[in-house]
Design a protein around this ligand. Structure first.
Ligand code: GRF
Length: 203
């Protein structure tokens, strides 16, 4: 069975979308473990409710990344569970070398914009303030950069004239909950090839 480990800092709606897809039989994988850098993150409660092992690993002294020893602690847990793929779902820290070395092209992230536009925080707000008419979400592999690894799936969301950041983010999240299970499905079925930057679905 293909195993994933989910890492998140927040409410965990993307984790729930993945878990629901598994329960509905749409995604033939096992979610082996959920890890958070935030002790009271809702994602941990949501994992517990579903009987999935969940744990908080304190992030250490940095604000935007993990200390190398802490990265190693995350990796150790993922290794213990034999995960095939690391799925970042609202993880608010940058992944560094220890992780990337252990899981090359085996870490994915979901970002609430059509990359390469609007990297970074509150991407939906950046998009609205910029005045784009089409927003969306992107599932991509994680590499050394921030929000810039090879793109696996994108889904678009039309911006409405009276949108607020909150409303736009809500509609983007609806699309995220479709895109993330689809991307995990493709990877777990070994259905994609990565050629430099470009991800292709096998014929
Ligand atoms: C999502 O909007 C995702 O794109 C971003 O963080 C948010 C996580 O939401 N990376 P949730 O915790 O999965 O509900």
């Amino acid at each position: 069975m293909f195993k994933i480990g989910v890492i998140g800092s927040g409410k965990g709606s993307n984790f729930v979308a993945l878990a629901d897809a598994v329960n509905r039989g749409q995604l033939d994988i096992e979610i082996s473990v959920v890890i958070s850098d935030v002790e009271n993150a809702f994602i941990l409660d949501r994992a517990k409710e579903r009987g999935i092992e969940s744990l908080y690993i304190p992030p250490g002294k940095f604000k935007t990344k993990l200390e190398p020893e802490v990265e190693q602690a995350y990796v150790n847990v993922l290794k213990k569970h034999n995960v095939d793929l690391v799925v970042l779902a609202g993880f608010m820290r940058i992944i560094k070398n220890t992780f990337l070395r252990e899981y090359p092209k085996r870490i994915i992230n979901i970002h609430p914009s059509l990359l390469p536009s609007f990297k970074g925080l509150e991407a939906w707000k950046q998009a609205l303030e910029y005045g784009v008419k089409v927003a969306g979400c992107t599932v991509h592999f994680v590499d050394e950069g921030v929000d810039c690894g090879p793109i696996i799936i994108q889904r678009e969301v039309m911006v409405k004239p009276d949108d607020t950041p909150e409303r736009l983010h809500e509609r983007i999240q609806v699309q995220e909950h479709i895109a993330y299970p689809e991307a995990v499905c493709l990877i777990s079925n070994n259905a994609i090839i990565v050629e430099d930057r470009v991800v292709r679905v096998k014929e």
